[in-house]
Structure formats: C-alpha cells, structure tokens
Design a protein. Structure first.
Length: 400
C-alpha cells in the first residue's frame, strides 16, 4: 500500500508520551492576576511564554526569525513581549490554537535551522495550550466553521465512477455556501487515511476559504485527532462561481486517522468569493505562481516532458488532453519561451506541497503504490524524478 509514502511523516510527530506529560504539569505555573488587567488564563499564558517558550526560541531560532531574513520574521520585536505578539499574529500561522500540537512551530523539524529537542517542544506546547485557554470563548468569536462529522466512503478498487470507488462530496450549504462542496476520494491505509482529488467545488456564490484542518473522531471516544502536520495551514483559496480548485496539491495522507472513524473539516474562514482578495491558488502555501522559474527550467521541466527510466513514462504523454489535463494541465511543457513556461510551471506548482515535499501530488500520483493513477513509476524511477524536481521545489521554498 502507500505505507512507504507516509512513513517519513512520523519524523515530525512528537512522541505521545511527551504530550501526555505536558498536560499533567499544566497547572503549576505562577499566576499573575494582580493589577495587570489580564484574566488568569492570559496571565498564565504570558508567564509560560516568558519562562518556558521564549528562552528556547531565543537560543535556537531568533537569529534567523527576527527579521534578518524576509517572510519568516515570526520572532520580530525588541523583547519577549513584542515577540509573543508577533508570533501569535504571524501569517501564514506558525501557531495553531485550535490544535496546539499541530503548530508549524513544533512540527517544522530540522531545516536551515535545528529541530527542537523533545523537552523544548514540550515547553513550547505547554505555552501554546495556555494561549488556547486564554482565547475568548467561541460564542464571542462567531460561529465555529466546521463541517458535520461523517464517515468517509472508501475506494477499494479502481477509480471513480467505478462502483468500488465512490467519491465524497461534503455539502457546504450549512456553512453558508449553498451548493458548494468539498470533494475527495478516500482510501484506507494501515497507518491512516489517504485522500486524492481533494478539491473545493464552488457554486453560484463562488468560495473563499482559509486554512482547512482535518479532524478524526475515534469510535472508542478517545481524544479527537488532528492532522499531525497541519499541512494546509497556509492555504487560501478564492474561487469564482462554479470553479473547482484543488487543495494543497489534491492529495494528502493523514497518519493516525482510522478509515472507519468519522471525520470533519474545520476552516479558519469560509465565505463567498472575495472580489478584492485576488485569485487564490489552492497550493500547499499562499498560492501564487512560480518564482524560481530558472530552476524549474534547469531541473524539472524536462522530467515532466521526457521519459524517466524508460519509454512512455513521461507525464506529458497523458497530461495534455482529457481527464489527465483537467487533473493537471501540462499545456506548454515543451515551450522554450519564459511566458509559456511560467504558465505550465504555475500549473505544476498547485500540485506541490512545500510543507512536506513527499506529500506533493506530483509524487503521490505516480508512486508505485498508488492504485488510482493510470501511470506508476518504479521506486527507482520515482527517486530519479524526485531528485531532479526537488531541486526546483526547494528553490521555490526559499524564493523571496
Ligand atoms: C540558520 C537559520 C535558521 C534558524 C536558526 C532557524 N530557522 Fe526556521 N527557517 C529558516 C528558513 C530559511 C526558513 C524558510 C524556508 C523553510 O521553510 O525551510 C525557515 C522557516 C521556518 C518556519 C516556517 C514555517 C514553514 O514550515 O514554512 C518555521 C515554523 C520555522 N522555521 C521554525 C524554526 C524553529 C522552531 C527554529 C528554532 C528551533 C528555527 N526555525 C530556527 C531558517 C532558520
Ligand atoms: C498513462 C497516462 C498518464 C501518465 C503517463 C501520467 N498521468 Fe497523471 N493522471 C492521468 C489521469 C487520467 C489522471 C486523472 C485521474 C482521475 O481523474 O482520477 C491523472 C491525474 C494526475 C494527478 C492528480 C491526482 C488527483 O487525483 O488529485 C496528478 C498530480 C498527476 N496525474 C501527476 C502525474 C505526473 C507527475 C506524471 C508523470 C510522472 C503523470 N501524472 C503521468 C494519467 C496519466
């Protein structure tokens, strides 16, 4: 099955033991409810930041995240108090108050910067939970944007519309968007739930959404599970009437979700099309087109056009027409002029996940274990393909 695709996700998960410990030690901090004008919860959150979280971040993370590099200055500010304001307000969000353990700050792992030690992550998680407690009650912040809980229909063989491969169309009418749907095909994995064709289908009002977060409700009544890497944290989609947009590359593997359990999807924002908000890609980040076009041309373009490891293995062989074109449009992949290459690069970019490269639709689709896609690489060919294309994706990630 798809186990090999998703095994690497475990690297970013915090040990469950560490999390349990944190909740036990949650109530011991000094609480300042004196003359500060703060609620007890707000004071506890501020103390946890100053005593536990800020020291860790100052030692390990401030050097690069204080504004010395553009776009990632979530620790800007002259002191701890200013930095707390900055990190809580930063977009795309690195703190997730709805599902604290999924916060990007905790799941980021080793990158240009170091990974957090388990003990450091626990300290920071403790702080985020206190910030969550300090939030106003939901009645004061407006309605919760969450779909009904439902058991996904599972595809066991073939592709839609085969009787063995039903689609899921979650109606968004009750959330204020009559006729709009969230669409996907689900497969069961030993370790979780795999979705493809993940997209939103706008109706007459069009659709604007921010930050979809998948949750799973274990049948045994144990604690709700959230997407462990909160992969869609920076997704914003602004779709005009009757348009379909894929979410985060259209594919996602949710580790730890049981296929027979109910799921729901939370949204940070969900409303009608916003004429002033600009077009919105549904990519694994804030959308927008390719910025590292030179790298795309050098490292990736040919891999989509010509065969990798044998005749007939090229993506362009199918993705210039029919269903394959609607799934990922490679029109212009053979072009030599920048404006046309930019268009096709933008198309491919909607199918990459910069948060977790291995979760990119372009890799999951052609993985040897994917039973839905008409073409599969061998494991070795997939590696060759990734080695080239990842050079470009990594360039996109750091492009200003
Ligand atoms: C040597 C510089 C450096 C240090 C030190 C550093 N980072 Fe980063 N960080 C980066 C760069 C560059 C990016 C943007 C590219 C990327 O996302 O990998 C980034 C991005 C991030 C993001 C953005 C969210 C995302 O996934 O896109 C998070 C969260 C993050 N770092 C957390 C941390 C934490 C936590 C620490 C301290 C333990 C840390 N960083 C230390 C360089 C650094
Ligand atoms: C033999 C024809 C064929 C080849 C070769 C092919 N594809 Fe596809 N691909 C399709 C078809 C058909 C679909 C639409 C499937 C559907 O409607 O469910 C598709 C869908 C996709 C999707 C969307 C998956 C989803 O449902 O969200 C991605 C991404 C994709 N292909 C990537 C690739 C890449 C990358 C390559 C080259 C490595 C490739 N394809 C090669 C036929 C092909």
């Amino acid at each position: 099955m798809l186990e090999t695709l998703v095994r690497q996700l475990n690297m970013v998960r915090l040990s469950v033991g560490a999390l349990a410990l944190v909740s036990l030690v949650g109530c011991t901090g000094l609480i300042d409810d004196g003359n500060t004008g703060l609620t007890k919860e707000e004071a506890a959150a501020r103390n946890a930041w100053i005593n536990s979280a800020a020291p860790v971040l100052t030692t390990n993370c401030v050097a690069c995240h204080n504004g010395s590099r553009p776009m990632i200055e979530f620790l800007s500010g002259a002191d701890d108090i200013e930095r707390r304001t900055a990190i809580l307000a930063f977009t795309p969000a690195v703190i997730n108050l709805e599902a604290p353990a999924s916060s990007r700050l905790l799941t980021k792992g080793v990158h240009d910067g170091p990974a957090l030690l388990a003990s450091e992550a626990s300290d920071i998680l403790e702080w985020i939970k206190k910030e969550k407690d300090a939030q106003p009650a939901p009645e004061e912040t407006g309605p919760t944007l969450e779909t009904v809980q439902f058991t996904p229909l599972i595809c066991t063989a073939g592709t839609p519309p085969a009787a063995t491969c039903p689609v899921n169309d979650v109606d968004l009418t009750d959330l204020g968007l009559p006729g709009a749907k969230l669409h996907f095909v689900a497969q069961a994995l030993g370790s979780g739930l795999y979705l493809n064709q993940l997209s939103v289908i706008a109706a007459a009002d069009g659709l604007y959404l921010e930050h979809p977060l998948f949750a799973s409700y274990p049948a045994d009544g144990s604690e709700t599970r959230f997407d462990t890497i909160d992969r869609f944290f920076n997704v914003k989609i602004n779709a005009m009437a009757n348009v379909t947009e894929s979410i985060g590359g259209g594919t996602a593997a949710f580790i730890g979700f049981t296929a027979t359990d109910k799921i729901s999807i939370h949204f940070k924002a969900l409303k009608a099309f916003q004429p002033d908000a600009g077009g919105g890609g549904g990519g694994g980040d804030t959308g927008g087109g390719c910025k590292a076009l030179a790298s795309f041309k050098t490292n990736a373009q040919a891999l989509f056009r010509t065969a990798v490891g044998g005749a007939g293995n090229n993506c362009a062989g199918c993705h210039l027409a029919g269903n394959a074109l609607s799934a990922m449009n490679l029109t212009g992949i053979a072009a030599t002029d920048d404006p046309t290459i930019q268009t096709v690069c933008n198309q491919i970019r909607t199918r990459i996940n910069t948060t977790d490269l291995n979760q990119s639709g372009i890799y999951l689709a052609a993985d040897p274990a994917n039973m839905n896609h008409p073409f599969k690489f061998t494991a070795a060919q997939l590696t060759t393909f990734k080695n080239g294309v990842n050079v470009w994706i990594n360039a996109e990630k750091v492009a200003p």
